[in-house]
Design a protein around this ligand. Structure first.
Ligand SMILES: *Cc1c(COP(=O)(O)O)cnc(C)c1O
Length: 440
């Protein structure tokens, strides 16, 4: 059994996280419930920050809050001194509700609305990562109207796509995001940026993928960008202050995944940037990175009550739990894999291979295929590990299933940070048919 962070088996033989017995959490908050190991989030955050500090480079580590955005999480991000990425008015609103320092908020997205941009300007957030010409124009107009100057980065697509264990080099990248670096679009955008009285072009951003396990993709992206930076320095006398290399650092979901430590990503990225700056005789820019999954992914565990069981002789045994694709859509969406144990008896011997089904009316609603477990039944609690990123944040009300609560655990303390949705919450926005006053 692989245990992350502060997870352990206590003297009652139960799974414990953050010094709290998971069965006590179930007793108090019911199931399903998301449990976050706060100490592990802090450890991950420090892992990134300390490497930059040690190597003496100017940097910002921005938590990509789309991975898991709630007020308490954002307060934790502030405590750890990170910056914050948001990708919508809703995520920005959440950050503001958490009173996150606005100057450390960066706004992403390939189709920000005029209202969202206005909101960003009104709250004077640190930086807007401009994705396309439409946005560039709209932002400039808004700044002109409001007589303000916005800090921006330009998102470029360097023609490198990283996928887990390999990367793909493409001349023209077929992506909905960013200005193409090769075909001149990035340069056109740059010209607009540097000549505008209302935009302060801090530098360049790129994000090459997700769940990446090596540094080659980041290094190749940095090289491609520096080649262009050198051209732009010669042509426009423009030098970037900031180079943002995005997120996507991989984590261990199952033993098929072998992540490298944060320090290694950071270290190798910094070495390459220093090397490139030296080759082209440029100042070393500030390096920004944007981890999402790698800050919260393995800190999250979902607890479910086991329910029905279906045995298909000579084919497969199904064990159903009281959640599913409504609280974790990643297996259905990406064929994502997870590990799990019985929280009430994690050390019991494995007796069978079962598949964990959700309770939604959808054959694709499976959480785990073929996992070895003790023979489990309705008195058991299943703990699925590594659900901290893109679990709650992608949760939905399919089948009108209320979203589970979120609790933080740390040093033996449990804090409820998102309450369970109620049935009343589900109909909160529903309006009745207008009944015509016919017979009056
Ligand atoms: C999603 C995203 C991230 C974070 O990705 P992770 O895989 O969660 O680390 C960072 N930057 C941008 C621009 C993103 O879209």
């Amino acid at each position: 059994m692989f245990l992350h962070g502060t997870s352990s088996v206590n003297d009652k033989g139960h799974l414990e996280i953050g010094g709290v017995d998971t069965l006590e959490i179930v007793k108090e908050f019911g199931t399903p419930v998301y449990v976050y190991d706060v100490a592990l989030i802090r450890e991950r955050a420090r892992g990134f920050k300390e490497t930059f500090d040690k190597l003496g480079v100017k940097a910002q580590v921005a938590y990509a809050s789309k991975a898991f955005s709630t007020v308490a999480m954002i307060q934790l991000v502030e405590q750890e001194g990170l910056s914050l990425d948001v990708v919508s008015g809703g995520e920005l609103y959440t950050a503001l509700a958490a009173e996150f320092p606005v100057e450390k908020i960066h706004f992403h997205g390939n189709n920000k609305s005029r209202e969202e941009l206005a909101m960003a300007l009104e709250h004077e957030i640190g930086c807007i990562v401009v994705d396309n010409f439409h946005e560039l124009k709209m932002l400039e107009e808004l700044c002109r109207e409001k007589e303000v100057k916005a800090n921006i980065l330009l998102r470029v697509t360097p023609g490198i796509e990283a996928h887990t264990h390999d990367y793909i080099l493409t001349g023209q990248e077929d992506s909905k995001f960013g200005f193409d670096l090769q075909n001149g679009q990035a340069e056109s955008a740059l010209k607009i940026g540097i000549h505008s009285d209302f935009l302060n072009l801090l530098g360049i951003h790129c994000h090459i993928g997700s769940q990446i396990f090596e540094t080659t993709g980041f290094i190749l992206a940095a090289r491609k960008i520096f080649e262009k930076l050198n051209d732009w320095k010669e042509t426009y006398s423009y030098e970037v202050k900031v180079l943002n290399l995005g997120g996507g650092f991989g984590i261990r979901y199952t033993n098929e995944d072998a992540p490298i430590p944060a320090s290694q990503y950071v270290d190798e990225i910094i070495q390459e940037v220093k090397e490139q700056a030296k080759i082209f005789d440029m100042e070393i820019p500030e390096i920004w990175i944007e981890p999402g999954r790698s800050l919260v992914g393995d800190a999250g565990t979902t607890l479910y009550q086991v329910g029905s069981r279906k045995e298909v002789p000579n084919v497969r045994n199904y064990l159903a739990v009281d959640g599913g694709m409504s609280d974790n859509i990643r297996p259905a969406l990406y064929e994502a894999k997870y590990e799990a144990v019985l929280a009430n008896r994690p050390l019991d011997e494995v007796e069978e291979t079962v598949s964990i089904a959700g309770k939604c009316c959808e054959s694709g609603d499976m959480l785990i295929w073929d996992i070895p477990l003790p023979r489990a039944g309705k008195e058991d609690v299943l703990a699925v590990f590594c659900t901290g990123a893109y679990g709650y944040s992608m949760a939905n009300n399919y089948n009108r299933i209320p979203k589970p609560p979120v609790v933080f655990v740390e040093n033996g303390q449990v804090t409820l940070v998102v309450r369970r949705e109620t049935y009343a919450d589900l109909v909160r926005h529903d309006l009745p048919l207008k009944v015509k006053a016919q017979n009056k």
